[in-house]
Unconditional design. Structure first.
Lengths: 251, 218
């Protein structure tokens, strides 16, 4: 059974249809990179997965459990949504750390509010996550004392603390200076394992090619092409993909 | 009755300034939370409620506080007959409503200035709406509204003198009595010292809070 199955996802903002029937599946432990020009619907797709937007049509199934059905509007109660979105984690382009909390507090806040674990357990897991993103020496610092790359690494630890089935990244390095993107990509690369399923919206083609199991190229709200990195990057079938990749290579 | 500096100071403080402080403190005690409720009304997605609250804020901010005091004190008696409200209670009600409306507008500005990303970060981490408000947004809002709130609160110190319009014995009222009873006017001027000392104290307090919240940027 696939960990994630998306079927016929359609989303409009007014007259503008941003997603025009998105279908794909993802297996546990896979890394999916989504590439494509701005306005192609990549971010909207991630936001739909994380219940920050609601599609008009289509279904989202996680581990065989339908967590979203565009046809069924009765299940949009806040509590329902809140529990279902925990299947996903999201790392934002703009980090969105909580400025008044230290690195440790940023990571522990949500688990503490959830109240399923003991304080000691939460603290121990948080320190392990902070170590995993290489920021143990900054654990008691505030976000304003960190570089952009460090902030984004904290955001990754914070998302992992909720143990999502699928971790999503929305252009995680786009707001960073070029010399800081490497450290964040390295951390994401380091997360790759049998248990960690990830979806990464990115403009970093080299990263997408080397880290992904699957690559999705989106254009104008449809999946123009999807396959292994070799297939998409080396033998693209669609004219749009070819044009996009040629353009990306020039940069 | 001789009017030495000491006796005037004592009389002004005990019989006037304590009332001023009481009115100041109780107004804040009720207006700060009431303002939050009103600000939620101002931002409500339910349009009729938003209109009603906007209308209320327009009326309260658009008319003199002095007039509101008179209306609260004499109004109910004129309309329904019966006993007037206790003078202090009438003043307190008028002050609380008036200041809550000003606070509400400040809160609204502060709340709306917090980026959508903070709410979304809380949402994707599975927090409830109230957890996001109290644990994520509130302290950032407080930091941002500290300066406009200090303005309003210092204005409140001086607005308490309006209570004399319906004969509540606050400090100016007591000082004015010296003109009639002793034929001296300096106690009235002297009240300025009390106001200055108290607003100076508040300024220090707000500077302290500002420093306290200096540790983060948002």
């Amino acid at each position: 059974m696939s960990i994630l199955e998306v079927k016929g996802l359609t989303k409009s903002f007014g007259d503008n249809t941003v997603l025009k029937g998105i279908d794909f599946t993802l297996e546990k432990g896979e890394v999916l990179s989504i590439i494509g020009s701005s306005g192609g619907g990549k971010t909207t797709l991630l936001r739909c997965l994380n219940s920050l937007e609601f599609a008009e049509k289509g279904t989202i199934t996680v581990n065989g459990d339908v967590i979203f059905d565009g046809a069924d509007k009765s299940r949009r109660k806040e509590k329902d949504i809140r529990l279902k979105r925990l299947h996903f984690g999201l790392v934002f382009q703009q980090f969105n750390l909580f400025p008044q909390y230290t690195v440790t507090e940023n990571v522990t806040l949500a688990p503490r509010l959830m109240g399923n674990q003991s304080k000691e357990e939460i603290e121990r897991e948080a320190q392990a996550l902070i170590e995993r993103v290489g920021l143990s020496d900054k654990a008691e610092n505030y976000p304003c004392e960190l570089s952009g790359g460090q902030q984004q690494r904290v955001a990754i630890a914070r998302a992992l603390a909720m143990k999502p089935d699928i971790l999503c990244f929305d252009e995680p390095t786009s707001a960073l200076d070029p010399e800081l993107t490497g450290e964040v990509l390295k951390v994401i690369r380091g997360l790759k394992s049998e248990d960690t399923t990830m979806i990464v919206v990115t403009h970093e083609m080299g990263f997408a090619q080397s880290v992904s199991d699957k690559v999705m190229f989106m254009a104008d709200g449809v999946i123009e092409e999807m396959g292994t990195p070799e297939a998409v990057f080396e033998k693209p079938q669609s004219e749009k993909t070819k044009a996009f990749l040629a353009n990306a290579n020039e940069k | 009755m001789g009017a030495s500096l000491l006796s005037v100071t004592e009389n002004l403080f005990v019989n006037g300034f304590l009332m001023t402080l009481k009115l100041f403190g109780m107004t804040l005690l009720f207006a700060i939370p009431l303002g939050l409720i009103i600000s939620f009304g101002l931002m409500s997605k339910f349009k009729p409620l938003r209109w009603v609250i906007n209308f209320l804020v327009w009326v309260i901010r658009g008319t003199p506080l002095m007039l509101q005091l008179i209306v609260v004190y004499y109004g109910p008696g004129l309309i329904w007959g019966g006993e007037l409200l206790e003078r202090f209670n009438a003043v307190l009600i008028a002050f609380v409503i008036n200041y809550a409306c000003y606070f509400a507008v400040i809160y609204k500005g502060g709340i709306e200035s917090i980026s959508q990303g903070q709410y979304e970060a809380g949402q994707v981490l599975g927090m409830t709406k109230s957890q996001i408000f109290f644990k994520v947004v509130l302290l950032q809002v407080i930091k941002r509204i500290l300066a406009p709130m200090s303005n309003e609160i210092i204005t409140l110190v001086k607005d308490t003198s309006l209570a004399r319009i319906i004969a509540v014995y606050e400090i100016i009222f007591v000082a004015q009595d010296y003109i009639k009873t002793d034929g001296i006017i300096w106690p009235l001027f002297y009240t300025a010292v009390f106001y200055l000392a108290f607003s100076g104290l508040l300024t220090l307090l707000f500077n302290f809070f500002e420093k306290k919240l200096d540790y983060f940027k948002s």
